[in-house]
Design a binder for this molecule. Structure first.
Ligand code: S3P
Length: 426
């Protein structure tokens, strides 16, 4: 990649949020009636979710950023004749298991080689406790998995890891169980599932970190507009802050407080940024525009309950930190090891190849700034966020960066390179 430019300027519309797009398909499929979803993220992960629900018998129309789901209620889901392939998507496989656990039929779940390495016991364990029969490689830790659902009992479950995917899988099973399922969340994680339940006229409550959901609810179709994905915006927030002579506007960014850790970090680092929240625009997720320009940054420490609010942004925060003065310490982030790649290793190894002063720790990394980055040959290892981080690095590197496996970026941001091209001042 060799982007010759004189800074970044102009505005881009951030594509739909991946987490919310997945949930829109799932809830549209178990609700009764026609759900119309606008600004849907047509990235590979969310297309995997559509493909799985079609195999479960749901009629789903999809064109560009609009999806129409003809839901007939959860009882209308049918035993799939083929395996359900989730591709690279952890959200699809973990959440769909929650739905399948209460369905009286058999399904087989597979994914790509990255999915085959990601831990599933965190979801399989509580779902089996509720009564689902789930089997898989290494006692249900890895795909391929088979799920035979049926009648479920409610449970009270304390999340051992701060994971919205685990929480959501249990909520989706709890919606089909006898009685009230309670999930105790020691650290708050993204609450898109809870907001979506309200949007589809269901009930869920959160009392000081205990989420309660009653079984036997039915949902009514609705229309949704998916806000832009702050995790995608994060790459351009970073670019705006570290590429010299830049001033850009990111439109339609989701500002759900469970996701805005990146904004807090940028502010603490000293980024010149302003946020203009939209007035209520008819959906349940707060949204707004973000203005950002080239900034002098300083290192920060990121740990504890800040981590779940920015877990997916740590690769790009690492790059930001190479351009900040002083030390940045990221700790309590051991969950990075079980993402699409082991992101402690992939971030540290690839940035080192470009000359960054960065070291891995057991639960995060330490970055010393400010270093100029050189060119070099790097790899995404099939991880979309690693690919995007390294592409943004090429906007500030002294020499050319060659990126292997750039295609992974289509998992969450198919228009990523078009957006870079649109913002470049040539
Ligand atoms: C997601 C939750 C997070 C996040 C992932 C999407 C979701 O994973 O990293 O990209 O949509 O619920 P965990 O729940 O494993 O932390």
């Amino acid at each position: 990649m060799n982007f010759t430019h004189n800074g970044l300027s102009g505005e881009i519309h951030i594509p739909g949020d991946k987490s919310i797009s997945h949930r829109s398909i799932m809830f549209g499929s178990i609700a009764k009636g026609k759900t119309v979803v606008k600004n849907f993220l047509a990235g590979e992960d969310c297309l995997s979710t559509i493909a799985c629900f079609r195999k479960l018998g749901v009629k789903i129309e999809h064109e560009d950023q609009t999806v129409i789901i003809h839901g007939e209620g959860i009882d209308a889901l049918k035993e799939p004749e083929e395996v359900l392939d989730v591709g690279n998507s952890g959200t699809t496989i973990r959440l769909i298991m929650g739905i399948l656990s209460g369905r009286p039929f058999h399904s087989v779940l597979i994914g790509d080689s990255s999915i085959g390495k990601r831990p599933m016991t965190r979801v399989v364990g509580p779902l089996k406790e509720m009564g689902a029969k789930i089997e898989g490689r290494q006692s249900g830790e890895f795909t391929p998995l088979s799920v035979t659902g049926g009648e479920l009992e409610s449970i009270t479950y304390t999340l051992p890891v701060a994971s919205a995917q685990v929480k959501s899988a249990i909520i989706l099973a709890g919606l089909q169980a006898k009685g009230t399922t309670k999930i105790i969340e020691p650290e708050k994680t993204r609450d898109h599932t809870e907001r979506m339940i309200h949007a589809f006229s269901g009930n869920v409550s959160n009392d000081n970190g205990t989420i309660s959901v009653e079984g036997g609810q039915s949902f009514t179709a609705t229309n949704l507009i998916v806000p832009g994905d702050i995790s995608s915006a994060a790459f351009f927030l970073a670019a705006g802050a570290i590429v010299p002579n830049s001033k850009i506007v990111l439109k339609n960014v989701g500002l759900n407080p469970t996701r805005t850790g990146i904004i807090d970090v940028l502010k603490e680092m000293g980024a010149k940024m302003t946020i203009e929240p939209y007035e209520s625009n008819g959906h349940e997720e707060p949204t707004g525009d973000i203005f950002i320009e080239t900034s002098e940054l300083k290192g920060v420490t990121i740990d504890g309950d800040k981590i779940p609010r920015l877990i997916d942004e740590i690769p790009i925060i690492a790059l930001l930190s190479t351009q900040a003065t002083g030390k940045t310490i990221i700790k309590d982030a051991q969950e990075l090891k079980v993402k699409e790649t082991n992101r402690i290793d992939t971030v540290v190894n690839e940035l080192k190849k470009l000359g960054a002063n960065i070291e891995a720790t057991d639960d995060g990394m330490i970055i010393e700034g400010q270093t100029s980055l050189s060119g070099g040959t790097v790899e995404s290892y099939g991880d979309h966020r690693i690919g995007m981080m390294l592409s943004i690095a090429s906007l500030i590197s002294d020499g050319d960066i060659e990126l292997y496996q750039p295609d992974a970026i289509a998992v969450s941001y198919p228009s990523f390179f078009d957006h870079i091209d649109h913002l470049l001042v040539k």
